[in-house]
Design a binder for this molecule. Sequence first.
Ligand code: BMA
Length: 372
Amino acid sequence: MKRVAVLSILLLGLATACSTSERKNAMTADTKATAETKKLLSFLSEALDKGIMFGHQDDLSYGRTWKYPDGESDIKRVCSDYPAITGMDLGHIELDHQFNLDSVPFDDMKEMALKVNGYGGMLTFSWHLDNPLTGGSAWDISSDSVVASIIPGGVNHQKYIGWLDKTAAFLGSLVDAEGKPVPVIFRPFHEHTGNWFWWGQNHCTTEEYVALWQFTFDYLVKHKNLHNLLFAYSASGDFVTSKEYLERYPGDDYVDVIGFDYYQFSDAGRESFINKVSSCLDTLTAIAVSRNKIPALTEAGYESVPDSTWWTGVIWPAIKDHKISWFLVWRNAEFRAKHFYAPFPGQLSESDFIRFYELPQTLFREDIREIR
Ligand code: BMA
């Protein structure tokens, strides 16, 4: 726990008491959500007045130079605390594989998820599922008929149901020591406004995307009776207006969290990244208030963090004036020269990350344990 956090959180809480009372009670999209799931949504809503949570994909599974030792985390190695939110990916659960697409064993993933929950952390699951029409990966965009083939009436609909059954079995197996389902944030079919996944903008129609989302929600929630899920709708950060952002929005009854993903690609892009993230967040947070949803920067980062002050000089200025629940950086792929997004001991941005961690408004696991 950072020294400055408790007092600051209390002061922030007092200063923003008005805005808290003005916000309507958040309602889960799943009307039968478990008490713990409703509590998670309420916490996400209340924490909007307390700061911005930090998240990291696959934080516990592996880091820059290690794989799987219990309790390890590159974030912990740098600041002696864990992210408030841990991302995990379900890609290849649909194929009944024992390992996900990044070689994380699903059994270990489950164990880690239960631990994160037990320590008061939160979990978000993305799903880079394979292409059900071609057998290729999530990035196989060779056909524009994939979504059409798996929604009701499509030739691969039954196959997709089989895939959802496997996903449901995993999500349903997340049960704590008291036998209660662990609430998690499920973020399927993300970055759909880009064109790199088979469910992307140019590879299906708006109606097909919406049908895919609604069927997936209804099947998991109403047919499989999973009531531990919050659903996150997450575009890519290439929108300007609310109308653009909402073009494929499946409806308030199908979504709990709204977000987008956006990355920086070069040092020269510093200012434009800050401006773009900030203006997208203006749009996103306005939609969130009007629709009573939780806004989040569901992915952001700069691969290999080559900017020594990226945390306090780029991402923080981009997000600090916006009421968002969290921002998550992508994975630190083990032993891959450049594919990492979080610092680790000796990494160029390490000391700046500690400054970022010490900011009273950035929330890590120990901070949220205090306020949950
Ligand atoms: C991408 C890359 C891939 C990975 C995928 C799913 O952004 O990190 O290496 O397989 O995410 O985690």
